[in-house]
Design a protein around this ligand. Structure first.
Ligand code: GUN
Ligand code: FE
Length: 419
């Protein structure tokens, strides 16, 4: 069933600073695509099934623009490390276990089930360097009904023997991964060099070729941690910045996601903006592994495309409502301690980032504007009601700050009911 109408209190972004709020309104879905939101149901839709959501709040789904599926199992452990130590001690040993497809099957079942039952309708994620296990992940995601992009990770240097590929195998496996993933409809491949310290120049140029040959998107990490950035300077002495190195490999375009973007030079900011690169802001991870305070309000204000990422297991939770509140809180620290020129993020800003900001990486998604793919969350705030009378925006704010997945009464992706 993908032709129907949701009737209830509808909220979606008008732009990055304003909501459209239609109380007691009608959100119309035909063939999985939004026809728009109406105060009264237009005559032409009168024959569609109307699903009465009563006093509940209806919003577009959230996109998790950066998450590591294989790290789900150890989240909340190792939070006393910075990035490079955390990778060596926690991420690499766990990811190595995904050489075993049966282990991957069990671990990825838990991950996909949590994502399926939460706020996320779309996600871009890293697997591991193991092609077959990453296909297992994609198979589960395909069955979940979520819209996702998944990367077989590439890494051929600076990791232990047990989690390192040689260049030829890495490239051949990436081609095989692209071929195998053709069987999926909702789950698409994305080229995924882990980050520059993990990939030689030769591997990066090879991946760039595959990217352009199959017209694929790409995701990686950029300027997350000061030691990482110093390391990239040594590894790529020919580059003018970390971002410039990716650009020289042909990987900074409007189908690119760069996670973190915490310690950005002016040159990197301009590159992100001019090339239409998406930034995935991951506030919880930035605090947990002490990476820093991202200039996210500045990026948003200057017109850089920004979405929100959980970055599990740098982040501990897939609950994007948590990531949204942490983004607001981190932006207050940026404003207070780093630069008074950029005001803290508002609820409208982070809602926009979690819906439209990340949704745009998939095309037209993250809104109920006519023509967008129809993803929706129907939210029930009964359990957090108090004696205070809140308006619709305040009710949404409280669900974002206080709620969890149990406040989601139903969820739709491309007009398909997930639950
Ligand atoms: N940089 C390279 N790999 C990773 C990772 O797994 N997590 C985070 N947060 N940053 C990275
Ligand atoms: Fe990450």
């Amino acid at each position: 069933m993908s032709d129907f109408v949701l009737h209830g209190n509808i909220i979606y972004s008008k732009n990055k600073d304003e909501f459209n709020i239609v109380e007691n309104g009608y959100a119309v879905c035909k063939n999985g695509i939004s026809e728009g939101v109406f105060d009264t149901l237009p005559e032409e839709y009168k024959n569609l099934e109307v699903i009465d959501c009563q006093d509940k709040i209806i919003i577009p789904g959230f996109t998790d623009l950066h998450v590591h599926a294989p790290q789900y199992g150890f989240r909340s452990v190792g939070m006393d490390c910075e990035l490079l130590e955390w990778l060596e001690r926690h991420a690499f040993p766990e990811e190595a276990k995904f050489a075993d497809v049966e282990y991957a099957d069990r671990a990825y079942s838990l991950f996909v089930n949590d994502m399926k039952t939460g706020f996320t309708t779309r996600a871009c994620m890293f697997g591991t360097l193991h092609t077959d296990s990453t296909i297992v992940l994609m198979d589960k995601l395909e069955k979940s009904g979520l819209k996702t992009m998944v990367g077989k990770v590439n890494m051929n240097r600076n990791s232990p023997d047990y989690l390192r590929e040689d260049t030829d195998k890495s490239l051949a496996d990436t081609e095989r991964f692209v071929q195998l993933s053709k069987r999926f409809e909702n789950t698409k491949p994305i080229i995924t060099p882990r980050f520059i310290p993990s990939c030689t120049d030769e591997l990066m140029y090879g991946l760039s070729e595959i990217m352009h040959k199959y017209d694929l998107p790409v995701q990686s990490h950029l300027s997350e941690n000061p030691s990482e950035i110093e390391w990239v300077k040594e590894l790529c002495p020919w580059s003018t910045s970390y971002g410039n190195a990716y650009d020289r490999f042909g990987m900074m375009n409007d189908k690119t996601i760069m996670a973190h973007c915490v310690h950005m030079t002016e040159e990197e900011m301009a590159l992100m903006k001019n090339n239409g690169v998406f930034a995935a802001h991951c506030p919880e991870s930035n605090m947990n592994i002490a990476s820093g305070i991202s200039p996210v309000s500045r990026m948003l204000e200057e017109g850089i495309k920004v979405g929100i990422g959980s970055d599990v297991a740098g982040g501990t939770t897939l609950a994007l409502n948590r990531a949204m509140t942490l983004a607001v809180q981190c932006s207050k620290m940026y404003w207070r301690y780093i630069d008074k020129k950029y005001k803290p993020l508002t609820l409208e800003n982070v809602f926009y980032m979690a819906t439209v900001g990340g949704g745009e990486f998939f095309g037209k998604a993250g809104s109920f504007e006519k023509g967008c793919e129809f993803d929706a969350l129907v939210l029930d705030d009964t359990n957090i009601k108090t004696t205070v009378d809140f308006d619709t925006k305040e009710r949404l704010e409280r669900i974002i700050y206080l709620g969890n997945k149990h406040n989601i009464a139903s969820k739709y992706v491309c007009g398909r009911k997930i639950f």
